[in-house]
Design a protein around this ligand. Structure first.
Ligand code: PBG
Length: 344
C-alpha cells in the first residue's frame, strides 16, 4: 500500500519573514525546552543559614525576615532533621548572643561552650552526615557590633586575626565541618589554616567569604543577630567597596593562596558579575550568599501579592547557577528544596 500523505488539518499561514533561523523552535514544547536547558538548580546547590538563640523550645520571629525564625538548639536540631530529609547538603549557623554576654573584645566568640559550639555538638550527635558550616567573625559577640577589635575607633587587623584563629579552633573542636570567615581581615585564612592543621584538623574545610562587600543588604541579618542597634559607624574599612571588581579578584587570589578550599561572593543577586568573573578566573568551588536583604525583598513582595513568591525564589536561585556558582547560601533553602522535590 502506498503511504498516505495527508495535509495537516491546520495549515500555518505563509511566512511573511524570510527567516532561516527561528530560535523559538527550540522553545515550542516542554520536552524541547528541557532538552536544550543549560543550567539546573538542584537541592545539592543549597546551604541553609539558621539563627540560634538560647533557651528551650523557643522560636522567635525576625520582623525584617518574614518566614525566618531564630531557633533554640532543640529547634535547630529539628530543622537539621528537616534539612537531612530534604537532602540539603549543609546548614550554616549564626548565633544571637545575649546582650549580657557581649563585650568590647567579643570574648564569648572563643568560649568552647558558647551557643554555636553547643549547637554544633547537638546537631552532629543526631545527624553526623549533615554538613555544618560556622561563620567566623566577632560581630555577634561584640558590644559595638563590629567584626573585629577596636582601638581608638580603628578596627585592628592582626590582633583580630589572633582571636578569629581561637574562634575557629573552638568551632572545629565542637565538630564543625566548614569554617567560614566572614570578617574580611587581611591574612586570616592563612592564619586559620595553619592553626587548624597544627591542631590536627586537617580535614576541616575553609569557605572564605573572599569577596564580601560593605552592603546595605545585610540590614535584616543584623536585626536577627541583634547587632543592628549596637553597630557604630559602618564596615567600609574592612568590607569591600561595591564599586570594585578587580579588587574581588585580588581578594579571592589571596584567600586561595592562603588555603581556602572554597570561596564565596556576598551579597548575591546584585553581584552576579563578580560570581561569573571569579568562577572564570579561578575555576574553584565558588559560592554566593543570597543575603538577608535579598530574601526580605522577595518575601515581602510575595507576601503583598506583588510577586509569585515561589517562581521568583526559584528564578533567583537558578540565576546563581547561570552565573557560575556551585552553590548558594539562602534562607529559601527549605522552601526551594520542597519545591524541587515536587518538580522531580
Ligand atoms: C558577619 C556576617 C554578616 C552576614 C553574614 N556574616 C553581616 C555583616 O557583615 O554585617 C550577612 C548575612 C546576611 O545579610 O544574610 N560578619
Amino acid at each position: 500500500r502506498p503511504i498516505e500523505v495527508r495535509e495537516p488539518a491546520l495549515r500555518p499561514s505563509a511566512p511573511s519573514l524570510d527567516l532561516t533561523v527561528r530560535p523559538r523552535r527550540n522553545r515550542k514544547t516542554e520536552w524541547a525546552r528541557r532538552l536544550v536547558r543549560e543550567n539546573v538548580l538542584t537541592t545539592d546547590d543549597l546551604i541553609w543559614p539558621m539563627f540560634v538563640i538560647d533557651g528551650d523550645n523557643k522560636r522567635a520571629p525576625i520582623n525584617s525576615m518574614p518566614g525566618v525564625e531564630r531557633l533554640s538548639i532543640d529547634q535547630v536540631v529539628r530543622a537539621a532533621e528537616r534539612a537531612a530529609k530534604l537532602d540539603i547538603p549543609c546548614i550554616a549557623l549564626f548565633p544571637y548572643t545575649e546582650p549580657s554576654l557581649r563585650d568590647e573584645e567579643g570574648t564569648e566568640a572563643t568560649n568552647a561552650d558558647n551557643l554555636v559550639c553547643r549547637t554544633v555538638r547537638a546537631i552532629k550527635k543526631e545527624f553526623p552526615e549533615l554538613g555544618v558550616l560556622c561563620d567566623v567573625a566577632l560581630d555577634p559577640f561584640t558590644s559595638h557590633g563590629h567584626d573585629g577589635l577596636i582601638q581608638d575607633g580603628r578596627i585592628l587587623n592582626d590582633e583580630t586575626v589572633a582571636v578569629l584563629v581561637k574562634q575557629s579552633l573552638v568551632q572545629a573542636e565542637a565538630g564543625c565541618d566548614v569554617i567560614a570567615p566572614s570578617d574580611m581581615m587581611d591574612g586570616r585564612i592563612g592564619a586559620i589554616r595553619e592553626a587548624l592543621d597544627a591542631a590536627g584538623f586537617l580535614d576541616v574545610q575553609i569557605m572564605a567569604y573572599a569577596a564580601k562587600y560593605a552592603s546595605a543588604f545585610y540590614g535584616p541579618f543584623r536585626d536577627a543577630i541583634g547587632s543592628a542597634k549596637a553597630l557604630t559607624g559602618d564596615k567600609r574599612t574592612y568590607q569591600m567597596d561595591p564599586a570594585n571588581t578587580d579588587e574581588a579578584i585580588r581578594e579571592v587570589e589571596l584567600d586561595l593562596a592562603e588555603g581556602a578550599d572554597m570561596v564565596m561572593v556576598k551579597p548575591g543577586m546584585p553581584y552576579l558579575d563578580i560570581v561569573r568573573r571569579v568562577k572564570e578566573t579561578f575555576a574553584v568551588p565558588t559560592f554566593a550568599y543570597q543575603v538577608s536583604g535579598e530574601y526580605a525583598m522577595i518575601a515581602a513582595a510575595a507576601n503583598n501579592g506583588w510577586l509569585d513568591g515561589d517562581r521568583a525564589m526559584l528564578e533567583s536561585l537558578l540565576a546563581f547557577k547561570r552565573a557560575g556558582a556551585d552553590g548558594v547560601l539562602t534562607y529559601f533553602a527549605p522552601q526551594a528544596a520542597e519545591k524541587l522535590k515536587k518538580l522531580t
